[in-house]
Design a protein around this ligand. Structure first.
Ligand code: SAH
Length: 230
């Protein structure tokens, strides 16, 4: 199977490239795409750069140009749900855009006409993730992830996103990737490991835990790849 694995930042895909060992790379639309064979699958791996626009471009490219049949996202996020601690894993059940706002016309936050307020991730991949979590002996929370073009380092904004979308974690790429995959009919799975609490200390915490949390997420994603189709 052709599997896309994406992250937003180099640190998020470095552990994946290290794990697959040999790969080729090619340039397309201002980005680098890495191709490798792993456990009988063809992988295309890339980091998009941060935010909804770049992640949309990368996800579209992975599906349309590289023909990926499934997309797995590996990365880090800020916690909203206080049960989520640094390094904990969360798999998105559904995703929304917390900064999408045409409420002036009476629409709910995160909604535009002909769009969806929430996009659901693939149920089969989530249940596979639960099996992987129990095999690895790690805790995996399932929950709502809110995406926006903002690094949230503000408890008030954090609480607002939590209350408005019932969200458990927040980041900057998941919902846009979900939107692409949903439109193209490609199953997707968004995994995040917590790097910070999206509070006043978020940028310090992010810098301190980016590498270790990105590694947690990548380890899990590799196990998912090993399980797909087996
Ligand atoms: N330190 C980077 C910027 C990181 S932006 C630099 O200077 O270039 C944060 C990245 O991690 C985004 O890709 C986002 O998806 C995720 N993330 C982690 N914590 C976040 C938070 N509190 N708010 C928003 N995104 C967060």
């Amino acid at each position: 199977m052709k599997i896309a694995i994406m992250g937003a930042m180099p640190e998020e895909i470095a552990p994946l490239l290290e794990r697959v060992g040999e790969y080729t790379s090619s340039e397309y639309a201002g980005n680098t795409y890495y191709e490798a064979s792993y456990k009988g699958h063809s992988l295309v791996i890339a980091y998009s750069k941060i935010g909804k626009v770049f992640s949309t471009l990368t996800a579209s490219t992975m599906l349309q140009k590289f023909g990926a049949e499934v997309l797995l996202f590996s990365g880090v996020a800020g916690a909203i749900n206080p049960e989520l601690k640094i390094g904990d894993l969360i798999a998105a059940t559904k995703l929304c855009q917390h900064d999408l706002d045409i409420t002036a016309f009476g629409h709910p936050y995160g909604y535009v006409p002909e769009g969806k307020q929430f996009i659901e991730a693939d149920a089969a991949l989530i249940s596979m993730a639960k099996e992987v979590a129990s095999e690895m002996g790690v805790k995996l929370m399932e929950g709502i992830i809110a995406t926006g073009d903002q690094f949230v380092a503000d408890p008030v904004r954090n609480r607002w996103i939590g209350e408005t979308f019932n969200a458990d974690a927040l980041e900057m790429e998941g919902a846009s990737v979900a939107c692409v995959c949903d439109a193209m009919g490609v199953p997707f799975f968004i995994l995040r490991s917590i790097s910070d609490a999206a509070d006043m200390d978020a940028s310090f915490s992010f810098d301190a835990f980016l590498i270790s949390s990105a590694q947690e997420s990548a380890n899990f994603i590799i196990k998912m790849v090993e399980k797909i189709g087996h």
